[in-house]
Design a protein around this ligand. Structure first.
Ligand code: PGA
Length: 252
């Protein structure tokens, strides 16, 4: 049985005090319940402040990005080792906003995956097709390319420290979520493909989150699909009660 994993991607939102209050409300609402894995991913500047709030609670800390080097002359970048230093357990890599706005390639994302795993972070690797790609029946081809590139040289052992988030780009921030069947079909495809790339046994235990307009009112049905093991939540993660309702949906 794969444990459900709900992560909140706060994106470039909140200020320090809002982040603290949001994290504190999540901690309080969760009340020590560990039936679902829970993480919050605030913007870089607020990681240390949120780390203090979630320390010693079941809420884990994640970052939204990293640069694939430990140290050096990379002005403005943040290394995976720095994320570990401030208390992160997770890092999101390859989010569609980074792929689209910052033109990140699968090769670059793969370098980040390796760099993050090397220092002991758990990686949430995001993949997903655009609306044009879906309309052109290219969803599986796109997922295949993204998985093959982003998971290059990832072994079954490394995969244990990874989560894949299937996030159709057309569903992110739009209020239009994938139907439960669309999500299930994509997740089953991803699990099968990861099985070919990294080994079937490892793929069976891989947690695959769905992301894209997950809300309290659609979380239960999405999370009840056999291959949907959790959610990467954007907008709804900014309201503690909505985020907690999604976590409760994950309890089943
Ligand atoms: P959304 O974002 O829940 O606001 O659609 C999800 C994501 O981008 O991770």
């Amino acid at each position: 049985m794969r444990k459900k994993f709900i992560a909140g991607n706060w994106k470039m939102n909140t200020r320090g005090i809002d982040g603290e209050l949001l994290a504190a409300a999540v901690v309080k609402g969760l009340a020590g319940d560990t039936r679902v894995t829970v993480a919050v991913c605030p913007p870089f500047p607020f990681l240390p402040r949120v780390a203090q709030i979630v320390a010693g609670t079941p809420v884990a800390l994640g970052a939204q990005n990293c640069y694939p080097k430990d140290d050096g002359a990379f002005t403005g970048e943040v290394s995976p080792a720095m994320l570990v230093d401030v208390g992160c357990k997770y890092v999101i890599v390859g989010h569609s906003e980074r792929r689209q706005i910052f033109k990140e390639s699968d090769e670059y994302i793969n370098a980040k995956v390796h760099a993050a795993l090397k220092v002991g972070l758990q990686v949430i690797l995001c993949i997903g097709e655009t609306l044009d790609e879906r309309k052109a029946n290219k969803t599986e081809a796109v997922l295949d390319t993204q998985l093959t590139g982003s998971l290059a040289k990832i072994t079954a052992k490394s995969l244990k420290n990874m989560v894949v988030a299937y996030e159709p780009v057309w569903a992110i921030g739009t209020g239009v979520n994938a139907t439960p069947q669309q999500a299930q079909d994509a997740h089953a495809f991803v699990r099968n493909r990861v099985g070919q790339l990294c080994g079937v046994a490892a793929a069976q235990t891989l947690v695959i989150q769905y992301g894209g307009s997950v809300k309290p009112d659609n979380a239960t049905i999405l999370l009840s699909q056999p291959d949907v093991d959790g959610a990467l939540v954007g907008g709804a993660a900014l309201k503690a009660e909505d985020f907690l309702a999604i976590v409760r949906a994950g309890v089943g």
